[in-house]
Design a protein around this ligand. Sequence first.
Ligand code: ARG
Length: 470
Amino acid sequence: MANTPDSNSMWGGRFGGGPAAIMQEINASIPVDKRLWEEDIAASRAHAAMLGAAGIIGADDAVQIDRGLAQIAEEFAATGVPVDLALEDIHMTVESRLKELVGEAAGRLHTARSRNDQVATDFRLWTRTACERIDTGLAAMQAALLARAEDHAGSIMPGFTHLQVAQPVTLGHHLLAYVEMFGRDRGRFADARRRLNESPLGAAALAGTGFPIDRDATAAALGFDRPMANSIDAVSDRDFALEFCASASIAAIHLSRLAEEIVIWASQPFGFISLPDAWSTGSSIMPQKRNPDAAELVRGRAGLLLGAFQRLAVIVKGLPLTYSKDLQDDKETVFGAFDALALSLAAMTGMVETLTFRTDRMRALAASGYSTATDLADWLVRENGLPFREAHHVVGACVKRAEELGVELSALPAADAAAIHPAVTSDVLAALTVEASVASRTSYGGTAPERVRQAIAAARAALEGSNGWR
Ligand code: ARG
């Protein structure tokens, strides 16, 4: 344990790693919240300008403070935020540098303000930007999926339920499923952003202030829609951060499912895709291996994201109003969730853009597992007026017989078929192609290539529209 700058020089020799140093270590948040420096400086500049305009501090002081803060922003941008545990957090780090730069005027900045409303303001500003960045990442992911879907609107693959071949579908349709999921994720982040966009600044410690502050002015200066209505709520709650983590968790679940499919599809028994060198890793013992590590890591990292929501929920759930220091750990939690999600999104987008679909292999397997059996049942219903349950039974018997003979449904001998039901002729069986199957599924939202092309056009319009997703 390193000695601290303010270890007592009179008796500190004996206590070099003593309680004060540990206290400082557990108490200081600057190693984490230095990431809020831009937001902190922006909020302080808005606050100082308001204090000056309202005559709460002198105009000269306001100008000096603003110049000093602008200079600090330049310094931090150029050389980073200095980390001194003795200054605890980003708020005191900025203020102490301000004092060095402008002297006494710096001491007036904290008028009518507390670190409690300050940190809540900074963190809302940061989370607002985080929502916007994740939205950009999700839109890029959608664009990558859509581009691949456009190439494969008519490519046929097996569709699965229970990971058993179920019915043929088109690859474009399968990819568009993820476009929809990521679209809803964007909606969740947009909702979270809209709800969080109120300013806590001016709530002060918890009760508001007796100074004639203008909360509307600071809210507007920082791009908030309005000041938060209740000072106690403003410094207490972190539901906006929970919403971010919840939205991030759901997006991570979607990414994890896509990652899982990439892992399965890249395996030799499937062989549906191959990943380029740039997105594969080798094995240190097996020279032939190409492993989909990035997809596996995205799948695993969903654990971090789900854990972030859990961690923050546990931090907040037992706290009496208003601020308690437990809340300091909110930032590490949300920063970690943001970083993990942003990286996962970028990695999955890269994989989707560059992987190769082995459509011949997909097409070949699409017909396996009697995947067109439902089409035969539907045909018997449509053309022979059989009730669906009876048709289901007839086709079940056909599949059973084909299985016994080890042939596809289309190769079931005419005599065997006729013995099960006279309507099942060899002409009908021969027409049971995977192409006919997907082409027939023209219901809205269905897998027919013509429907998929319409869905792609609609998704393109939504993606390129100016209103976020839908
Ligand atoms: N570093 C603190 C945090 O992140 C700032 C607020 C401190 N407020 C206080 N009353 N000690 O939560």
